[in-house]
Design a protein around this ligand. Sequence first.
Ligand code: ADP
Ligand code: MG
Length: 179
Amino acid sequence: MIISITGTPGVGKTTVAKALGKVLGYKVISDFELAKKNKLILGFDKKMKSYIVDDKLFRKIRLKGDFIIHGHLSHLITNDLTIVLRLSPGELEKRLKRRGWKKEKIRENVLAEILDVVYLDAILAKKNKIAKRVVQIDTTGKSIKSVVKRILNIIKGREYKSDYVDWLEKCFEKEEIFI
Ligand code: ADP
Ligand code: MG
């Protein structure tokens, strides 16, 4: 089984993927490691401090066996289950600040979280038959252990539904833009 753990940078993908990998005994790999192994790193964007990946060829990678792939591009790899982790924009901003990221990079990523960018991309991947299932989990205020437990329930078919997430509505309610 191939499981993708995706979401905006900082939502907890790597942490959750590693914890889930331990429970399931699956190999855990990041989208970046996968791109590097397949020699698909085209360069480095100095301004945004992020690697540029050959998107077209990356999508053609096929994994065999049991894998958990984590990263905000991981849902572009053919998979059986895509888990989209979500985090309230306020919390996300704090985490990205702790990472020491530049204001511009934080703003871009928090906006992407508010606008459901990765979730919509994962839904598109499902439409294109890259992902068999897509389930969204709101991790705000949830422990890593409880997030892993939910994913295990989803794998076992005990849980199907995605969490309802609408950060924009919350922005309007609180008249707070987070960033
Ligand atoms: P990502 O891989 O999505 O960029 P990480 O797994 O690196 O995110 O997590 C970012 C930070 O958030 C880490 O310091 C991690 O310990 C913390 N973190 C992840 N998940 C949770 C959670 N459920 N509750 C509290 N902190 C978390
Ligand atoms: Mg990560």
